[in-house]
Design a protein around this ligand. Structure first.
Ligand code: ZN
Length: 397
C-alpha cells in the first residue's frame, strides 16, 4: 500500500532559491506543453502524446532562450509532463475539465522528484542539484525500512515549505463490529447515530473572525502595492492555520471511526458542496465535509470497512427513527421535535440514526449489489456503496 507522509522543512537560502527556480521551470514547461497540445488539436486535430512533449522538452533545452531549463533538475520537468498527460487522460475520459494554464500566483507551487533525483539515507533527504540535505521536521516517524519512491516538495500560499514522501506501508488490520451513521451539520461539525456530537476544532471560531478581519483589511489595500502583498500573506497565514487544525481534527476522527466500526453510513452531499456559497461558515463546513469523506473513503479501504453513501434526497431529518413516520416539515432552526408516537428527537442524532438504518438496508442486500429499494420521490435507489479502493489522489498524512 502506497502512503504519503508529509513534513514541514526549512530550506537554506540557496535551497529556497533552487526550489523557487525549479517551480518556475515546472510551470513554464507545463504551460508550453499545454499550449503545444492545444494548438495541435485545434489547428490540426492531432493528439500529442507524452512522448512527443518529452521530445519537445529536449528541443527547448537546446535553444538559447530556454537554456536555463538545464540549470534545474530534469526530473520535475519530466514529471510535470506526466501530470499533464494524466490531466488529458482525465479530460478524455470525461472525468475532468480541459487542463488550464498554471498561474504564477494562484497555482500550487510544487515539484516532484523520483528516485533518480533524490537520495534518502539514514533519515537524510537530499535533492538533485543540492549539496546539503533538507532540514526536515520529522513530526512522525516514517515506517521502518521505508524507501520513498517519490518526493514532492511544495510551498503553500503562506510561504511554508512541505515535503511529501511516498512510501510503501503495511496497515495493521484490526477487526471491528460497530456500525455508525454520520450526519453533517453546521452547529456541530458532525453528529453520530450513537448520540455523540463532534464539534469544530478548538479556536476555530476565533480564527474565522481573524480571517474575516484579514480579508477586509486586504480588500482596502491598493492593487499592486507592497502593503497588499503583506495583507495577502496575512490572509494566507490565518487560512493555513484553519486548514491545518481542520485536517488534524478530521484525521483523528476518521481514524477512530474506521477503527471502531465495520460499517459507516454517510450522506451524499457532493452536490450541495458544488453550489457556490459565499458565506464563510458554510464554505468552510463544505470543505471540511469533502475532506472528511475523502479521508473516510481511503481509510475504509485500508482497513477493509464498508462505507455506504445515502442519496441526498433521503429525508433523514424528517423521518422518526423510532416509528418510521414522516414528519411534515422540520425547518432548519428546529433543533428538537416530537413525533406523534411520543418520541422527542434531537434533529441531528435522529438524522444520523435514519442514515444508519437506511445504509444497513443496503448492506443487507449483499456486498456489491446495488440496492433495489427505491425512494418514492426520485424513483432512484437512495443508497450506493462506494466502490472499494477509489481514492482521490494519494492520501496525505
Ligand atoms: Zn415516531
Amino acid at each position: 500500500m502506497k502512503r504519503a507522509f508529509r513534513y514541514r522543512f526549512y530550506p537554506s537560502d540557496a535551497q529556497a532559491a533552487e526550489l523557487t527556480r525549479t517551480f518556475g521551470c515546472v510551470r513554464l514547461v507545463y504551460n508550453m506543453a499545454l499550449a503545444a497540445r492545444t494548438e495541435a488539436w485545434t489547428l490540426r486535430q492531432e493528439r500529442v502524446t507524452y512522448a512527443t512533449t518529452s521530445a519537445m522538452l529536449t528541443a527547448w533545452k537546446k535553444t538559447e532562450d530556454l537554456a536555463f531549463l538545464n540549470e534545474v533538475s530534469s526530473v520535475p520537468l519530466q514529471q510535470t509532463l506526466r501530470h499533464l498527460q494524466a490531466a488529458f487522460t482525465n479530460f478524455w475520459a470525461k472525468r475532468a475539465k480541459y487542463p488550464t494554464f498554471k498561474n504564477k500566483k494562484k497555482s500550487r507551487r510544487s515539484a516532484e522528484y523520483t528516485t533518480s533525483a533524490f537520495r534518502y539515507r539514514d533519515g537524510y533527504l537530499t535533492l538533485a542539484k543540492m549539496t546539503e540535505p533538507l532540514d526536515i521536521v520529522w513530526s512522525r516517524p516514517l515506517p521502518q525500512d521505508a524507501t520513498p519512491s517519490t518526493v514532492t516538495v511544495s510551498q503553500d500560499p503562506a510561504g511554508r515549505w512541505f515535503v511529501s514522501l511516498l512510501c510503501d506501508d503495511v496497515i495493521e488490520q484490526v477487526s471491528a463490529s460497530g456500525m455508525v451513521g454520520v450526519d453533517a451539520g453546521l452547529d456541530s461539525l458532525l453528529t453520530l447515530s450513537t448520540g455523540e456530537k463532534i464539534t469544530n476544532p478548538r479556536y476555530e471560531r476565533r480564527d474565522r473572525e481573524r480571517l474575516v478581519r484579514a480579508q477586509r483589511n486586504l480588500a482596502r489595500k491598493q492593487e499592486g502595492s507592497h502593503n497588499r502583498t503583506k495583507a495577502r500573506l496575512a490572509v494566507a497565514r490565518v487560512h493555513a492555520r484553519i486548514v491545518d487544525r481542520r485536517r488534524d481534527h478530521l484525521h483523528k476522527l476518521t481514524t477512530r471511526l474506521v477503527r471502531e466500526n465495520q460499517t459507516i453510513v454517510i450522506e451524499d452531499l457532493t452536490v450541495r458542496g458544488m453550489v457556490a456559497n459565499h458565506r464563510l461558515a458554510r464554505a468552510i463546513s463544505d470543505a471540511a465535509w469533502r475532506q472528511f469523506r475523502t479521508m473516510l473513503k481511503y481509510k475504509a479501504h485500508w482497513y477493509g470497512r464498508n462505507l455506504v453513501v445515502v442519496d441526498r434526497w433521503f429525508p433523514s431529518s424528517k423521518l422518526c427513527s423510532a416509528c418510521g413516520a414522516l414528519a411534515e416539515r422540520v425547518p432548519l432552526h428546529v433543533r428538537t421535535w416530537t413525533c406523534r408516537c411520543g418520541h422527542t428527537h434531537d434533529r441531528d442524532v435522529n438524522a444520523a440514526r435514519n442514515l444508519l438504518a437506511e445504509g444497513l438496508s443496503v448492506t443487507a442486500c449483499g456486498d456489491g449489489i446495488r440496492p433495489q429499494r427505491a425512494h418514492a420521490r426520485t424513483g432512484q435507489p437512495s443508497t450506493k456503496q462506494e466502490p472499494p479502493g477509489v481514492t482521490q489522489g494519494t492520501p496525505v498524512l
